[in-house]
Ligand binder design. Structure first.
Ligand code: HEM
Length: 61
């Protein structure tokens, strides 16, 4: 899925899995945004997973 730009776009932009509970993000993201998100996910996967929690910016409490 994440390796296939068209498949990823079908789910995130066109709502291919809406019936299974995965909403479309068409109102928030365009095709370029979605390709950038996919590239970001690929980079995270290549790095071995998400950044450790300690590196994630903390919101002001
Ligand atoms: C409130 C936020 C979200 C909810 C509730 C949600 C929910 C879901 C659910 C339930 C599925 C599984 C559908 C199935 O049974 O096949 C799914 C799959 C998926 N979601 Fe989301 N999702 C969210 C956000 C996102 C975002 C932000 C992205 C990407 C930008 C994304 C990308 C995907 C993709 C690509 C799949 C398919 C994974 C695969 O089958 O390999 N989702 N989502």
């Amino acid at each position: 899925m994440i390796l296939d730009p068209a498949a990823f776009r079908n789910v995130v932009l066109d709502g291919a899995l809406v019936k299974k509970g995965m909403t479309s993000f068409k109102h928030l993201l365009n095709a370029d945004d979605i390709e950038n998100v996919r590239a970001h996910f690929l980079a995270l996967a290549a790095a071995g997973g998400p950044a450790p929690a300690s590196t994630v910016p903390q919101h002001a409490q």
